[in-house]
Structure formats: C-alpha cells, structure tokens
Write a protein that binds this ligand. Structure first.
Ligand SMILES: Cc1ncc(COP(=O)(O)O)c(C=O)c1O
Length: 398
C-alpha cells in the first residue's frame, strides 16, 4: 500500500483543462518503443531537423563571446525590429513602424500563449480554429477566456464560415485566431479571404490574430500573402511570425508580433511582467538570418518539398491517398479505410506498434481532427523512403 501523499498540492482545474492526453500518450508510447530497441521514425513533432545557415551560426558563435551580452536583455534591440520591418517590406510590401508596430518575442508560441492576457477579460469569447494548433486554445484558457471552436472542414476549403457563427457568440467574441498556411491542415488562404476577415473584424469590432509561422515553407512556387497586406488590417489585428521554421532556428526561441500598435503595446506590457527579453546573441543571429541571403530560405523549403513528394507519392502508390500540401512541414491525411476505421488515437498507436513510425492522431488538434492523422516532413529523404516502405508493409493502408 502506498502511503497517502503529504503534499499540500492539489492540481488546479486549469491544468486539468489544459491536459492534452493525446500528445502525452503518443509520447509515452514512442519512448516505450525506443526503450524496447525499436528503430523509431518520428513523424510527429514539427521541429526542424536541419541546421540554420552557416552565416547565422557564425554570427551566433561570435556574439556569445561579447561579454556585454550577458546582462538582462530587456526589450528587443531596435536593430532586430528594424531587420524585421525591412524583411516584411521586401517579402510582403508591408510597411511597419519598428518602434510601435513590432514586438520581439521568444518564439510565436510565447506570443500566442500570452496574447489572451493582453486582449481579453475572463469570460470573453475567443474564436479558435478546429482543428488547430493547441496553443490557440491553451493561451485563452490560461487567461480565463472562453473558447468557441470554429469548424474548418474540407467542404469550406478549411476556411471559417463566418455566417455559421451564431449572433450571441459574435456579441461576446473579442478575438479570432487564424493560421495560414496552417498546422495541422496545411491549408492555405488567399488575399481575398483576408480582405473578408478585415471587413468582418471591423463590423464585429473584433481583434484578428494571424499566425504566419509557415509563410516561407512553401512549395511548387506558391507564395502565401500576409494578413497585413490588406488595407485596414493594422487597424484590427496583428500577425505573428517566427525564425523557427523559416530559418531552422526553433531552438533559439525568437519570433515577432506585428501590426496594431495598441495590441502590440498591450502584449509588450504583459511580456514586461513575464521575462527580461531574448538573449542578445540570439537576436544577433536573427538579424543575420533576416538580412542574409534569402536564397537559403528557398533551398530549405525545396528540401521539405522533396520529402513531401517521397512521402505523398510513395504512400499513394501503396494505397494511402492524401492531399499534397502547398506549404508547411505537414501532411494531413484521412485515416485509410483498410485500417478498419479505428479512431485516430488507436490508428496511431497500432501504427507505431506495427511499423515504429510515430504520427500525431488528428484528435489532438480538436474534435474535428478525428478521422485524420498528421505526418511531419521532419526526417531525411532516406528515412522518409524507409517510412513509406514500412507503411506499405504494415497491411494498414493498402
Ligand atoms: C502554427 C504554429 N505556430 C507557432 C508555432 C510555434 O513556433 P515558435 O517556435 O515560433 O514558437 C508552431 C510550432 O510548431 C506552429 O506550428
């Protein structure tokens, strides 16, 4: 018999709400497989497996020898904000005031996690995509806001149907979160969609938050727009972007929010209580990435494109058809009928058992993710080809 706990700790309700059993269960299963000696192919987490460009690493390693960089960095360097402004102007034609319309953050996760603290009161409604990246829900929950999951369906091209949102929800909705190119759906949106978003946000007096983390991981010549390109966008919202995926700097933890100066200021005030800024050498590396040769970014995307082709074409030949994404590092696949229609969790666990491949069950991204699986393009071409062979031999997809 175990002795009763003497700890005064009682798990708060908030943490119970935040628990995402899907990721924890998949993580435990893959660690167990590894411990048992299985050669696991991890297609789950969207973490870049490749290094940043050499000039970025050189700048980072030179900067760590600058002894002036070891104090609290506090607010991001004006030079970092200026580099962001120049990059956004060159890439999207968007004008940004580096002093008032840009905020350096420790990755867009940081910004998304804390945004609701800056723009909502407890009880306000936040419209979140379903399926959607988990922090869009976790951030508002931590702030005591109320979630309204907006269904993203294949029939609607994975865009929200604004007319289907009830009037009483609109009345309490303070914020809408959007993400294109999207995780996990790999869906894209054009400028006409963002124009409609701006028009709706003006009419409904609602803050728009667009997460553009995958704006540069794009294939076959596709170039997505920024939400901020729409005239009037800055009056209603902000966009997040990040160095994580574009420049393979996920471990450095650096990103930025841009747009509406009041929202940027409010997020900066919240951040002022939370941390003392981004390690200066990381800011220096980010400036080098933003100001350096941008062909590197296209070549990096081409690597993901080759992996996508190996996976999607290989799996189609083996009998598992899924859309070929135009962007992101993900494929969003309907669970094959040959698997016997298990739920997405059971499919993923059985797949791991039979093949040693780890994927994410769609249910981990919201109710409407059920029936789907997310496969990340985060292994080399050789390992992607090996994964295809294992899928084909599993008897679960053909
Ligand atoms: C859509 C989306 N937004 C934000 C993030 C977090 O990015 P960052 O490393 O900038 O915090 C991720 C990471 O996977 C993501 O997929």
């Amino acid at each position: 018999m175990t002795a009763p706990s003497r700890s005064p700790f009682v798990k708060p309700d908030r943490l119970k709400t935040l628990a995402n059993g899907v990721f924890a269960e998949m993580d435990a299963a893959s660690r167990k497989a590894r411990a048992a000696g299985v050669d696991v192919i991890n297609l789950s987490i969207g973490s870049p497996d490749r290094a940043p460009a050499p000039h970025v690493i050189e700048r980072l390693s030179a900067a760590v020898h600058d002894l002036g960089f070891y104090g609290y960095p506090m607010a991001a360097q004006p030079r970092f904000h200026e580099a962001v402004a120049k990059w956004y102007k060159a890439r999207f034609g968007v004008d940004l005031d580096p002093g008032a319309e840009i905020l350096g953050i420790s990755g867009s996760q940081d910004g998304l996690a804390h945004l609701a603290l800056a723009v909502t009161n407890p009880g306000d409604i936040v419209l979140v995509p379903d399926p959607g990246y988990p922090i869009y829900s976790a951030g508002p929950v931590m702030a005591g806001a109320v979630l309204y999951p907006v269904p993203l369906t294949e029939e609607n091209g994975y865009l929200p149907d604004f007319d289907a949102i009830p009037e009483d929800i609109w009345r309490r909705a303070k914020v809408i979160l959007l993400n294109y190119p999207s995780n996990p759906l790999a869906a894209t949106a054009d400028l006409a969609f963002f124009q409609r978003v701006v028009e709706v946000a003006h009419r409904r007096r609602m803050v728009v938050v667009h997460d553009a983390a995958y704006s540069e991981l794009t294939f076959d010549g596709y170039r997505p727009p920024s939400f901020l390109q729409v005239p009037g966008a800055k009056e209603v919202g902000i966009e997040f972007n990040s160095l994580s995926k574009t420049f393979n700097m996920a471990g450095c933890r650096i990103g930025y929010a841009m747009g509406n100066p009041e929202v940027i200021k409010a997020l900066g005030e919240v951040k002022g209580h939370l941390d003392f800024g981004i390690f200066r050498p990381v800011q220096e590396a980010a400036i080098a990435a933003l100001e350096g040769p941008q062909e590197w970014v296209r070549e990096n995307a081409a690597t993901y494109q080759r992996r996508r082709d190996i996976l999607v074409d290989g799996l189609a030949a083996a009998g598992w058809k899924m859309p070929k994404p135009k962007a992101t590092m993900f494929c969003w696949a309907p669970i094959p009928e040959t698997a016997g229609r298990p739920d997405s969790m059971r499919f993923a666990l059985r797949l791991l058992e039979k093949t040693g491949i780890v994927i994410v069950p769609g249910i981990g991204f919201g109710e409407r993710g059920e029936g789907y699986a997310r496969l990340a393009l985060v292994q080399s071409e050789e390992r992607m080809a090996e994964a295809v062979q294992r899928f084909a031999a599993s008897g679960m997809i053909g």
